[in-house]
Design a protein around this ligand. Sequence first.
Ligand code: BG6
Length: 480
Amino acid sequence: MTSKSQLASKFTLPTIFVIFGITGDLVQKKILRALYHLYIKKVLPQKFRVYGFSRRSYGDKQLREYLKSIMMTKAFPEPSLYDVFLESFYYIEGDFHEEEVYGKLAEILGRADGMWKVCTNKLFYLAVPPISYMHIITNLHKNGLTIPCSPEEGWTRVIVEKPFGTDLDTAIDLDMTLAKLFKEEQIYRVDHYLAKETVRNILAFRFSNSFLTPAWNNKWIEKIEVKLFEKDTVSERGNFYDKVGTLRDVGQNHMLQLLALFIMEQPDSFTPEEIKEKRSKALESIKTPTPAAIRTLTRRAQYEGYREEKGVATDSNTETYFSIQATTSIPQFEGVPLILESGKALDEDLTEVVVTFKHTGNGLYDEKTTPQNILHYYLRPDESISMRFLAKKPGFKYELEEHSLGFDYHAAYEKSAFVDDYEALMYDIIKGDQTLFVSTKEILSQWQFIEPIVNVWEKGKPPLQFYKKNTYAGTVFKKK
Ligand code: BG6
């Protein structure tokens, strides 16, 4: 067994981050900030280096200047530490589609091991379009980079981002290749929703509050809705988005994961294996819809003007909005509608899970006019929980009025208490904790549910509808 001191030394071994796509969107938006925050919190390994890969003809100096300009524009904290942090960044110019660059990379990594006189930890971050994944991992393997250089010290890990495949077959292909070249404990599949503070709270909320336990079933729950509404259009991402659509962009991953956390069985313990196993079972339990159900229980729509966006086909039928009503085979939730709804260019930024409870059924109230208890579990715009309940209105009459009990994370805690999603992910990757990462089984269950829907939609059923930008598409279609 690995002792605590061995674990500690593995954690503090010099660590090399190889980032494919260092000048790309993800580094700009998420990875750089995450690494910097870990650095200023002093939780990065003491000795670390980042090798950034990109095609631009940069050197180390230009890379550092480029990253510094991002840090300045985005007002990262503690500007006096920017330069010293960036001194650990090095640039590798190269097209990662060309095989020779992997030989060069192997040499550079070998030299770093020599310099530190140790087999360093190595982390390969694939912050590139998924189309390049196969090529990169195969070439890492050909150059001996997938195997840690010694069994005793220095791990090697690979990080892949969503979308993980474009359908079930491509997901299986990618998975089989990864499994051939890496061990499961080396593979970190990112769904950044799992690392959000509020999402990590779901299990705590569900399994530490006894008042919820007796009500968490189809006797008391009428429906569960997962909503991810965005005001933004696809803006600059038309080229990517048009091949994917809303269902595959956020439905196949983030939204199904949220749903799984709301319906999964209680884990026997809070170990990564147990949590992932129960989450995976919940995803597996979501029933594959029949073509008839897809025609009647799903809707898809596109905002007006989408076809004029940069990178979008002028006759595109890609959805920018969808809603789906699903069910699960988990006996506790049999018959409970599970509704997923998401869209771009809607009228608000809102991400929440809404649990609507049934009426008491005790005959004391008129159920037609009495509001139901509703739990709003918000991820955005606030990270908060609100429970709608009924109370008697003051006065002589016995009249009911709706109120809410609430908890707002940001009102309750200092800003410094929060850890960003990518920061949490990076921290766990370095620590070797896979709880917040997605397993093969989960990905395959997600595709098993999504793929039949995409296939029926591609046949034009139900027909694509259209909505005006910044209107709430759901309301528009409910009138149908
Ligand atoms: C990404 C999608 O995975 O998630 C984006 O590609 C979407 O289209 C985003 O906007 C939503 O994530 P968040 O963290 O902003 O809620």
